[in-house]
Design a protein around this ligand. Structure first.
Ligand SMILES: C[S@@+](CC[C@H](N)C(=O)[O-])C[C@H]1O[C@@H](n2cnc3c(N)ncnc32)[C@H](O)[C@@H]1O
Length: 213
């Protein structure tokens, strides 16, 4: 991921954002020590922003596509009430093993349920009728539009769909790889969709927020 702002500004932003509890430093270290692409983790500022979004929509039910080692899930779970629930989907047993070990150590971990498997297939098994307040899409970029179309009916009116990496290191300006095109398609589909109101933000690697109308 190529940073879109200077490292100095990035440090300033981080030092003026409420720090995460120490467990998150351990999770970051464990991820960097054991995973081949640790930079996939959302990081402290975006994680805190996700928690803030969950609090703003008074989220009780959250869906995440792309658990990895659990950083974003644990941030969002902090904003949920004790009887709230966060479902998080991933296909990687090793990454989710690490996630589970950290969820077990957090007072908020009991709100999180990991569903292991191909996310599109898992989504088809989710029962309708218990809508989500917020959905965070952060898995394979080629399928972002498929995820978006699958989750929109599962989100309550006024709920949020958040897509991560929607500037994709700036590659949206001259897409080449399939993942570049996947992100561009997602941004175009959301931007033209009358069912939502959207804003594309330059936080970290880009975040698309779509509020269901
Ligand atoms: C960018 S990482 C998620 C980072 C995570 N949100 C965090 O903050 O730590 C993307 C994750 O999507 C998962 N993934 C990729 N393709 C998938 C698929 N088809 N179904 C489910 N998970 C998938 C990967 O295994 C990976 O853990």
């Amino acid at each position: 991921m190529t940073p879109i702002i200077s490292p100095e500004l990035d440090d300033y932003i981080e030092s003026h954002t409420r720090p995460r509890p120490p467990l998150f430093d351990e999770l970051r270290e464990a991820t960097y020590a054991s995973m081949t692409s640790p930079q996939m983790q959302v990081g402290r500022v975006e994680g805190t922003f996700l928690k803030t979004l969950c609090a703003l929509v008074a989220a009780r039910r959250v869906l995440e596509i792309g658990t990895f080692t659990g950083f974003s899930a644990l941030c969002m779970a902090e904003a949920l009430p004790d009887d709230g629930e966060l479902l998080t989907l991933d296909i990687d047993p090793e990454a989710t093993r690490i996630a589970r070990s950290f969820f077990d150590r957090s007072p908020h971990g009991k709100k999180i349920r990991i569903l292991l498997g191909n996310a599109l297939e898992t989504l088809r098994t989710l029962p309708p009728g218990s809508p989500f307040d917020l959905v965070f899409i952060d898995a394979d970029k080629e399928r972002y539009v498929d995820y978006y179309e699958a989750v929109l009916p599962l989100v309550r009116t006024g709920g949020l769909i958040v897509g991560d990496n929607t500037l994709w290191s700036g590659n949206v300006l001259s897409p080449k790889a399939p993942s570049d095109h996947g992100i561009c398609r997602f941004n175009d589909v959301v931007n033209a969709d009358p069912r939502v109101e959207n804003v594309l933000l330059s936080i970290r690697d880009g975040m698309m927020l779509a509020r269901k109308l």
